[in-house]
Design a protein around this ligand. Structure first.
Ligand code: SAM
Length: 289
């Protein structure tokens, strides 16, 4: 049976191993079993699924998630957590811990190598799960969004502010490249907010859990995906500028070409990037292509 990780049990486990949490590694452990269960339920992994977990920490989510899925591979950077994980999840034969940096890890290779379930069959879905280390949330999300085909879904706990950015709609203050990147590849399901008091040690801000369901086809059709993202990036790199200015130079296009592309798609060149929907960004990028 997977053990419970209440506040007292997390503190006792750390004490027994003389483990000191490292702020520099974003170590804030979940100490509320109902939150852990909410994350696992949201991930929706079944016995035919492979789960990849980012940052298992003490194994709070790992051990319960492994009880529900076919196989679980967790990637943890901190060597000092390995003996603790050996105790908390080492007894579960379908769990493997990789002592690696998620930003360096070859995820495609890991998924390919680890997709065989204990019964010899191939995993039907690969689901990612993780209470992400806050100091590298954006690079992790960027890495994951560059590999959209690898996963069926990604259930992540992130700072509330980052979750809001991911969900933001055109016109909102926090709408930007992250919103567009995630919404292009995934349908976002908001799961819950998690107050900071739930973690040990307590971080400064609240968190939210989201499940990103990877779309079979991106949200909008683009002729050249790289150009679409270049257009988005250029648009937001100078938020205050009008589109006719901020998009000049994308793929070497001069101002007249940009203005014409905007007008041809029915977009006023004086508008700013933060007002454009995904479809409008796609239309402009397709014209520029
Ligand atoms: N899953 C545990 C939980 O919810 O209690 C721990 C979550 S804690 C917010 C983030 C975890 O990610 C820590 O265990 C930390 O050591 C690990 N971590 C930090 N940087 C990492 C990296 N670059 N690669 C892999 N794991 C990392």
């Amino acid at each position: 049976m997977a053990q419970e990780f209440t506040r007292q049990q997390v503190a006792a486990l750390e004490k027994r191993y003389d483990f000191k949490t490292a702020k520099s590694l974003g170590q804030n452990f979940v100490t509320d079993p109902s939150v852990t269960e909410g994350i696992i339920e949201a991930a929706g992994a079944g016995p035919k699924d492979l789960v990849i977990e980012i940052g298992p920490g003490l194994g709070v989510i790992t051990s319960k998630a492994a009880a529900n899925c076919g196989r679980l591979v967790a990637i943890e950077i901190d060597k000092k957590l390995l003996p603790i994980l050996a105790e908390t999840v080492g007894w579960q034969p379908n769990v493997k811990i990789l002592n690696e940096d998620i930003l360096q890890a070859d995820l495609a290779k890991i998924v390919e190598e680890e997709s065989v379930l204990p019964d010899g069959s191939k995993a039907e879905n690969v689901r990612l799960i993780g209470n992400l280390p806050y100091y590298i949330t954006t690079p992790i999300l960027n890495k994951l969004m560059a590999l959209p085909d690898l996963f069926t879904s990604l259930t992540v706990m992130v700072q509330k502010e980052v979750a809001e950015k991911m969900m933001a709609a055109p016109g909102a203050k926090n709408y930007g490249p992250l919103s567009i990147h995630v919404q292009y590849f995934c349908e976002i399901e908001y799961i819950m907010d998690v107050p900071k008091e739930v973690f040990l040690p307590q971080p400064k801000v609240d968190s939210s859990v989201l499940t990103l369901h990877v779309r079979k086809e991106p949200a909008v059709q683009v002729a050249d995906e790289a150009l679409f993202f270049e257009t988005v990036k250029a648009g937001f790199s100078q938020r205050r500028k009008t589109l006719s200015n901020s998009l000049t130079g994308v793929r070497g296009k001069d101002r007249d070409t940009v203005v014409k592309a905007l007008e041809d798609t029915g977009i006023d060149p004086k508008r700013r990037a933060e007002t454009l929907s995904l479809q409008e960004f796609a239309d402009v990028a397709n014209r520029l292509a």
